[in-house]
Design a protein around this ligand. Sequence first.
Ligand code: F6R
Length: 364
Amino acid sequence: DKAGHKHFMSKEIAEQPTVIGEAVRHYLAQDGTSIELPDTDLDFTKIERLTMVACGTAFYACLTAKYWFEQLAGIPVEVDIASEFRYREPPITKGTVALFVSQSGETADTLAALRYCEGKADKILSVVNVAESSIARESDVAFPILAGTEIGVASTKAFTCQLTVLLMLALKAANDRGALDADAIADALSKLRGLPSVLNTAMEAEQGLADASRKLAEARDILFLGRGLMYPLALEGALKLKEISYIHAEAYASGELKHGPIALIDKHVPVVVMAPKDGLFDKSISNMQEVMARGGKVLLITDKEGAVEASEGAWETVVLPQVDPILAPILYALPAQLLAYHTAIAKGTDVDQPRNLAKSVTVE
Ligand code: F6R
């Protein structure tokens, strides 16, 4: 049932404020100001290294969470693609906790990577949507993301719910390890509780994104740029676009631009720049200006402050609500998804069943 939507993907994009709200509530303690995890003997103070493994969009959720676990909780994090991890057979050192992220919980490579860690890692954790899946069953602790059934092949609400749960785990780890005090946690949680309404407001940017998408639909190649927490979001935006619109899209960390990809820039290659007004904004904008100076057409996705400072000369600017930089990845997933969706609509491709792709990849 598409609930009045033309596609499951648009229904699932629209559901995000609701399901994210549910995920937040699930991990909130009764008092509403602290985090409560399922009953487990998991001890964040004992973790020396966190190894996160996944495929595709779930891998980008891990890349995002790396910033959170490192910056908020001070835990060294390593992130890997499951198909690489499983055959490289990396040494798992004492104090390592392994965390697997999967919507379906059945992805063959992720499951094999998990099995490789059995008996080697101190603990095996998973962040899954399907609670009765193989990955959930074979973990010591499975954290549900509560996104509800995801039917569209391109993952949307599962990604933002993965991010939500991973952020709450990072906040809990930060608190337990003494890196953030109770007040800081309560403050972060109150912002997380407010996120559904921020996302609803952000939906107002849909028309602007749809207009920009009609222009993107004419491109053969598109670049996505982001720094810090926006780098994995740029990767996700490029993946989503490739999957459903079949336009070649690549993402780079903005700082990598001059190490190669800037050679691609001309007026035929639109560049999507994701840059909220955070601590890295000036650096991202200076990379964006390098693109514009070479005739590149920039679609800038930012907030009000960012738009005032930097939208001059941009081809298009999409303005999102202002949020705490820590929460920005969850918010900026929305324009990444909507751009892909509307570009696919403009091209007339099959949004829910893109060619050559399967919802659950149970063979390697
Ligand atoms: C992208 C997408 C895929 C999956 C990947 C992992 O939109 O859906 O990249 O994210 O196949 O799947 P799960 O999360 O089920 O392990």
